[in-house]
Design a protein around this ligand. Structure first.
Ligand code: WT7
Length: 646
């Protein structure tokens, strides 16, 4: 299917309006954003739209004062949206809870009162370890109302990962739940939290949401049940929204990088909100009649921006779902879409590939004609998956909004923008940069690559949604993102630009894997492996996977006194689940006698990868500079033999 055969490509314009808007944003950024920021309620107008006097520490809307919970809630109370639904939540067990904007406002105020009563102050950190239940966005909003800084840890991370993050940001409060449902089974979240809490001296209070209802240990003086605490404050409690400087921190979200230590990406209040609002408007243009379903967990940036702040600031209705796509049956999502009348579905390539595998019959059982727009995020979408999404879910009528962005960027960066003008789509391309985004593809030397040549995706100028810094580590922020080419934002992604100027995203260019859209650092996995008493050395790499995009595979060598066995392999997997979390579980652990090394002693990853994917040795001829050809050949054959034996 060529792009011109997509029916809606006859109905779209060639990009004139988009170009005009983009050019306006580049030529006059201050005026452009001063105008856009009017969509947000400010307690005090900014002095300067962009203070770029100390790059790369950019300050957007400097001097402006606002509160994000006020923008998400209070301001709608004077409008007809007061009694409209902010959230429709569906539990894994089929339970449904709804919140109007007014109901959400009351709940958030009560929790904010609880936080206030236990001494939470502006700037204090609140750690959040919750499943996808309404209390998750409520906790974020209550924290932000008081000027606190939230730090959410996805519930698929381990006790050790949770403790590390809590300690890095010195959180004062932890909000968690007794348990979580996963495929009908109860996951004991509080037990995991307790194991983390044994090593987190800064946490003074633990608020426990009752979700599954089983008895869990509660530590006297430290732990309180959410519903008990809320019952103790007035039903109409009101906590004034704390006036926040636009540049003060709103949240920290840890994400994997190229070292063993996750990075605490810090976002501020003002620029982040303006960017979230406008990117959602441009990308999906939701209105009062829409039911917006972004399937991401609030444990990730996608959930922060597009399940909490942007949709609430716009006053639209969002659906949030606790469960997994195939429980109790493989049509769960389509059944939900039909029952709630979902109009916009924003999900991941992994989910799309999984549904494709399940088969079309599951979708065809349902009337999903309420859908009017589709979106995707998190990893490159292969043209086959794109076309399947377009044909089977979109019935060859709906546009697909492929949004490229990152935890660090706060919101969409490259995407089709029907909210301005829908350009012709090409299956697999995220199309063009958003207004204000000057994206380019660089070669190794920092020169723009010729059209059609792969290189590193960079962003040349600041934008409102960009992170402010890495938590308490400005030097690492500068080094990681602006160190390669001064004042140029390095994304860590490969990309290529086609003759129409469209961007095609080609995956990570660094030691980061995208496993089912989740970001996992290979170095983190390697550190976890070598922390096991049996492991001497480890090399982790991604292997292509038809559903998850890629999966981690680990090569390890053992210390003296240990020998390979199924038990040991299982133990290593358990060890990774305990140190990082179930989401990082390797697909295979390959125990070898020796890892191939270069002359200078570095592990030859490319050779390992070639062995792994069964590439012919000819393909690894580029390794010649790393070792002698004979050595490479011999190692390759030896590893292949070892692999075949398994
Ligand atoms: C990395 C960022 C963006 C929110 C969820 C992930 C990859 C993301 C796309 C896309 C190709 C994509 C990139 C990026 N990625 N969206 N539409 N096409 N690749 O956020 O965990 O910070 O990961 O996800 O490699 O660098 P994240």
């Amino acid at each position: 299917m060529s792009e011109t055969s997509l029916p809606f490509n006859d109905r779209v314009f060639p990009g004139k309006a988009l170009k005009e808007e983009w050019e306006k944003s580049i030529k006059k950024p201050q005026e452009f954003w001063a105008e856009k920021a009017k969509a947000i309620d400010w307690f005090r107008t900014w002095d300067k739209v962009l203070d770029d006097s100390n790059p790369p520490f950019y300050k957007w809307f400097k001097g402006g004062v606002l509160n994000i919970s006020y923008n998400a809630l209070d301001r709608h109370l004077e409008t007809p949206r007061k009694n409209a639904l902010a959230y429709i939540w569906e539990g894994e067990n089929g339970e449904v809870r709804t919140f109007t904007y007014y109901q959400l406002y009351r709940e958030v105020n009560k929790l904010a009162k609880v936080f206030k009563n236990v001494g939470l102050k502006k700037g204090d950190r609140v750690a959040v370890y919750l499943p996808m239940i309404p209390e998750l966005p409520i906790t974020l909003l209550a924290t932000a109302r008081l000027g606190g800084v939230h730090m959410v840890v996805f519930s698929g991370f381990s006790a050790e990962a949770l403790a590390d993050r809590i300690n890095d940001c010195e959180a004062k409060i932890l909000v968690t739940s007794d348990g979580a449902y996963r495929r009908g089974k109860i996951v004991t979240l509080k037990d995991t939290a307790d194991r983390a809490l044994a090593a987190t001296p800064t946490v003074e209070k633990v608020v426990v949401v009752k979700r599954t209802g089983q008895t869990v240990p509660m530590k006297e003086g430290r732990d309180v049940y959410y519903h008990d605490a809320l019952a103790k404050v007035e039903a109409n409690a009101f906590v004034p929204p704390e006036p926040m400087e636009a540049t003060e921190p709103l949240f920290i979200l840890y994400t994997s990088g190229t070292t063993g230590k996750p990075k605490g990406v810090q976002h501020g209040v003002g620029g982040y909100l303006v960017w979230g609002y406008w990117t959602l408007k441009w990308g999906f243009n939701p209105n009062d009649k829409d039911i917006w379903w972004c399937t991401a967990d609030v444990g990730w940036i996608t959930g922060h921006t597009y399940n909490v702040y942007a949709p609430l600031a716009m006053g639209i209705t969002s659906l949030i779902f606790e469960g997994t796509p195939d429980y109790p049956a493989q049509d769960r999502w389509w059944e939900i879409i039909e029952r709630h009348g979902v109009t916009i579905l924003y999900t991941t390539p992994t989910a799309i590939r999984m549904f494709r595998k399940f088969g079309e019959e599951w979708i065809n059982k349902h009337d999903i004609s309420s859908l009017r727009l589709l979106g995707t995020v998190g990893e490159p979408i292969n043209p086959e998956a794109w076309k399947w999404y377009y044909r089977v879910i979109g019935k060859e009528k709906l546009a697909i909004i492929d949004t490229w962005w990152q935890t660090e960027t706060g919101g969409f960066m490259i995407a089709p923008l029907p909210g301005i003008e829908l350009v012709p789509l090409k299956p697999g391309s995220a199309t063009n940069p958003l207004p204000s985004i000057q994206a380019e593809v660089y070669d190794e030397k920092g020169q723009p690559t010729p059209t059609g040549t792969k290189g590193f995706l960079v962003i040349k100028t600041p934008w409102p949604g960009m992170m402010e810094t890495l938590w308490k580590d400005p030097e690492r922020y500068k080094q990681t993102y602006f160190g390669r080419w001064p004042n140029i934002y390095y994304t860590g992604d490969y990309a290529v630009k086609d003759p129409d100027g469209y961007f095609w995203l080609l995956g990570r260019a660094d030691e980061v894997l995208k496993v089912a859209g989740h970001r996992i650092g290979t170095v983190e996995l390697e550190s976890a492996l070598v922390s096991h008493p049996s492991v001497s050395e480890a090399a982790v790499m991604g292997k292509e996977d038809p559903v998850k995009g890629e999966v981690p595979v680990a090569f390890v060598t053992l210390r003296n006194g240990f020998s390979p066995s199924e038990e040991l392999r299982a133990d290593l997997i358990k060890h990774i689940r305990n140190t990082i979390g179930p989401i990082a579980t390797p697909d295979a652990i390959i125990i070898v006698n020796k890892l191939p090394k270069t002359r200078s002693g570095k592990i030859m990853r490319r050779l390992l990868k070639a062995v792994l994917v069964g590439a012919a040795l000819g393909d690894v001829s580029t390794l010649e500079d790393e070792a002698s050809v004979e050595d490479i050949k011999a190692t390759y054959e030896e590893l292949k033999r070892q692999l075949e034996k398994k």
